[in-house]
Design a protein around this ligand. Structure first.
Ligand code: BGC
Length: 476
């Protein structure tokens, strides 16, 4: 009986998390779709280079705005209604992009989608973390990362499938409408999180929601701990001034730090510039370069699955160390192969593909899911939304800096001997950039040793108490 009940609870939580994680799928889809759409859009409208850059940058600008201004919204109207607003923005942005009559209209629609991406990137993990029982919170929140990777892969595949359709780029954007509708309709039926209800003093509803999926044995304990946290915080002044409490410094160092390393390890260089890097390695055919890039998408999805299976068993810290070490080695080797590209000749292609895929696999089992998971776990309830939005804002800024500077850093380190000839033209060599990211990865290992807490199996309330007592992250 008990077992059957638990199975049902498990399925229910999984289903709730899955619907909410459609927000992650949209994050992945809408960041990935542009890579294919932009080539056709450029030809169709005869866009200049700066217009192309502006269309790509518009999503990032929107994401920064979305992350910056929605933190308070999540704490005031709640997680559920914020996600509903996000779904509406995704739908409007997709329609706007698909039917855009002019360049400015399209850029604006991409800003709207960016706002939705920025909001979704922290609200979805937050929602899932708060409805998950501690024992499998890691796997459930990682469902969001899994959906991001599936979204990226779907966008590559749908771009490829639509290449020969007339008005192809409009259709590429239009496809994003469907997951937005699933998210909108699905969220209408989902509960508000018990933590949010408690933060509004709605204790009875919080207990009822908790009872739907949490083990009966721990409900009283979780309720009590949430209550203690609420009482502690209401005896202090509320709102965003709370983030200036000295015990809040540690969660911010951890949250912003992990986002720094997630982005500066260079993942999006491969996600956004994959085909171009393969071209530098000697692939001359566009179609093959894009098809090879799709393998990045598959490996990313597959290894995120692997992470989900292990994250609550072997813990965040071990995965972080294994993943980061693997990424540092892959980047160092990639740098070396590119540096000595003349010596490797034809073998360069296969070596670059193999170690790019190993890099992505190591990212997918570690920094990909762990960064979003950690920021959903370490901040105190009362200002969780606001704090997560700050960490997310840093993610989008770091993301923007890395993607904007990749080619510039590569050029900076390209000596005359290193220059690559691709399709008859001189191209920069990415070796220096890869070594730069590897060096940052080494700093990431040191950061992990001193600052990354092991949150496996801890309730969110235990984690909060740890900071409040000003304890060391190592001792959690
Ligand atoms: C990162 C994105 C990245 C994606 C790749 C996410 O966790 O935040 O920047 O593109 O993983 O899977």
């Amino acid at each position: 009986m008990v077992n059957k009940g638990m199975k049902k609870q498990k399925r229910l939580v999984f289903f709730i998390a899955l619907i909410a994680a459609t927000g992650g799928l949209l994050f992945g889809f809408d960041t990935g779709v542009i890579s294919g759409a932009i080539m056709f859009l450029r030809d169709d409208w005869g866009l200049m280079q700066h217009q192309v850059e502006w269309i790509i940058a518009s999503l990032m600008i929107g994401a920064v705005i979305g992350a910056a201004f929605s933190g308070k919204l999540v704490d005031s109207i709640g997680r559920k209604y914020t996600i509903i607003i996000i779904a509406i923005l995704f739908a409007l942005g997709s329609l706007g992009s698909a039917f855009a009559p002019s360049f400015n209209f399209l850029a604006l629609s991409r800003v709207v989608i960016g706002i939705a991406v920025g909001m979704a990137s922290f609200t979805v993990p937050l929602y899932i973390a708060e409805i998950s029982p501690a024992r499998n919170r890691g796997a459930l929140v990682s469902l969001n990362q899994l959906m991001i990777t599936i979204g990226i892969l779907l966008s590559y595949l749908s771009d490829l499938a639509l290449v020969n359709v007339s008005d192809n780029w409009r259709w590429m954007f239009f496809v994003g409408l469907f997951p937005a509708l699933v998210l909108l309709i699905g969220m209408l039926g989902l509960p508000k999180t018990p933590r949010f209800l408690m933060s509004k003093g709605r204790e009875k509803e919080a207990r009822e929601t908790l009872a739907k999926y949490e083990d009966a044995a721990v409900i009283d304990e979780v309720m009590l701990k949430m209550k203690i946290d609420m009482d502690l915080l209401s005896s202090q002044k509320k709102s965003w001034k709370d983030i200036f409490n000295s015990w809040m410094i540690m969660p911010f160092i951890i949250g912003i730090g992990i986002m720094f390393f997630q982005q500066f390890i260079g993942i999006n260089v491969f996600i956004y510039y994959g085909p171009m890097i393969f071209e530098m390695a000697g692939f001359q055919d566009n179609y093959i370069a894009i098809a090879t890039a799709i393998s990045i998408g598959f490996v990313n999805v597959f290894f995120t699955f692997v992470a989900m299976a292990y994250i609550d068993r072997i813990g965040r810290k071990k995965l972080y160390n294994i993943g980061l070490t693997g990424m540092i080695i892959s980047l160092t080797l990639l740098g070396y192969f590119f540096y000595e590209h003349q010596m490797f000749e034809e073998h360069l292609k296969i070596l670059v593909v193999v170690f790019t895929l190993s890099f992505v696999a190591f990212f997918a089992i570690s920094l990909g899911p762990i960064a979003w998971l950690i920021i959903s776990e370490i901040f105190p309830l009362k200002i969780r939304g606001l704090s997560m939005s700050i960490a997310t804002l840093s993610h989008w800024l770091f993301n923007g800096i890395v993607s904007y500077t990749f080619l510039k850093i590569s050029a900076f380190f390209t000596s005359e001997k290193m220059q690559i000839i691709s399709k008859g033209e001189i191209t920069v060599n990415p070796a220096g950039a890869f070594w730069f990211y590897a060096a940052i990865g080494v700093l990431g290992l040191i950061f992990g040793k001193y600052f990354l807490p092991e949150t496996k199996g801890r309730t969110l309330e235990e984690i909060e108490e740890h900071w409040r007592k000003r304890k060391n992250p190592k001792d959690l």
